[in-house]
Design a protein around this ligand. Structure first.
Ligand SMILES: Cc1ncc(COP(=O)(O)O)c(C=O)c1O
Length: 328
């Protein structure tokens, strides 16, 4: 499982993504920032790594039908790999899912069921559908095979950077990306690299769990970053905090959406609010604040931000988000 760079297993569905230095993000963060461009993956996000690997493995074990609960990128990844494996897919999406995503899922040949309001509702329904004989539930973030697939991000970073980074910035929804990054760091011996785990207010179930020292179920998801909207993170995400240094940070929707716009101007790439959250950490001066608070070292040679991407965004949706948040 080594991306396109080799490996003894079958070819993965994901591609090895570029690592580029960003002048604008470096200037904002006060240190060199590298972007790991997961937005250029098939289906527009890192999700293809873990979901692709999971589906490949269960296909070998005789899975006859995938059922995935996801209002967005995980569902798209499952729908993308299913026909390549010759297995049908049902994607259960919550009512909050973007109509454009539902359209895309259908175009990929998946059966789409719309159920409930937020991801947790759709997930409950997917569990029922997965009781059918031969059907396998594809969890969008809570499975060791999914984390193993995501961990390839770190192996690629080790291969493309001259030195290990001073910190890694990433967004947290259910915590699958976080768990994958931690397992990658363990594999390459970079356990001392701190992770800044970013969420938006109203989707901050990881921060709530860190503060409480146990999993917390949020009453509702109120953030516009719907892809970060798991009411409760995976237990593994919380466990990661005792295995390496994780700084949990919550910022607001307006900052995440402002970051999307700045990133579009600076790098000419359009990403979802889920990704805007990580970019906002750099644009809005939080790195320096975390350094002042002693939560991050002043000696950061470089920072890697995982540009997790997301395909549930287009110009019209960006304008709608701005109107909704009363932004100029
Ligand atoms: C674009 C994007 N970024 C970040 C996340 C959060 O990932 P995780 O649920 O693995 O924490 C998601 C989840 O769907 C996503 O689609």
């Amino acid at each position: 499982m080594e991306g396109q760079s080799g490996g003894c297993e079958e070819r993965p569905f994901h591609v090895v993504t570029p690592v580029l230095e960003s002048m604008a993000l470096s200037e904002a963060a006060g240190t060199r920032v590298y972007m790991k461009l997961e937005n250029v993956q098939p289906m527009g996000s890192f999700k293809i790594r873990g979901i692709g690997y999971f589906c490949q493995q269960v296909a070998k074990k005789g899975c006859q039908h995938f059922v995935c609960s996801s209002g967005g990128n995980a569902g798209l990844a499952a729908a993308y790999v299913a026909p390549k494996l010759g297995i049908p897919a049902t994607i259960v999406v919550p009512g909050s899912a973007a109509p454009s995503t539902v359209k895309k899922l259908k175009k990929l040949g998946a059966e789409v069921e719309i159920f409930g309001k937020v991801w947790d509702d759709a997930n409950t329904r997917a569990m029922v559908r997965a009781e059918t004989d031969g059907w396998v539930k594809v969890h969008p973030f809570d499975h060791p095979l999914v984390w193993k697939g995501h961990s390839t991000i770190i192996k690629e970073l080790r291969d493309s950077l001259d030195a290990k980074p001073g910190a890694i910035v990433l967004s947290v929804g259910g915590g699958g990306l976080l768990a994958g990054v931690v397992s990658g760091l363990q594999e390459v011996g970079w356990m001392d690299v701190p992770i800044v785990a970013v969420e938006t207010k109203g989707a901050d179930s990881f921060n709530a769990a860190i503060k409480a020292g146990q999993l917390i179920t949020l009453p509702d998801i109120t953030s516009v970053a719907k892809c970060l909207g798991a009411k409760r993170v995976a237990q593994r995400a919380l466990d990661c905090a005792s295995e390496c240094s994780i700084v949990s940070h919550v910022l607001d929707d307006v900052e995440a959406v402002e970051a999307i716009e700045r990133f579009l101007d600076d790098e000419r790439m359009l990403v979802e609010p889920a990704c805007g959250a990580s970019l906002a950490l750099l644009y809005s001066g939080y790195i320096q604040r975390l350094q002042e608070e002693g939560r991050l070292s002043w000696q950061l040679d470089s920072i890697v931000v995982i540009v997790c991407g997301g395909s549930g965004i287009h110009m019209e949706e960006l304008q709608t988000l701005k109107r909704h948040l009363r932004m100029k």
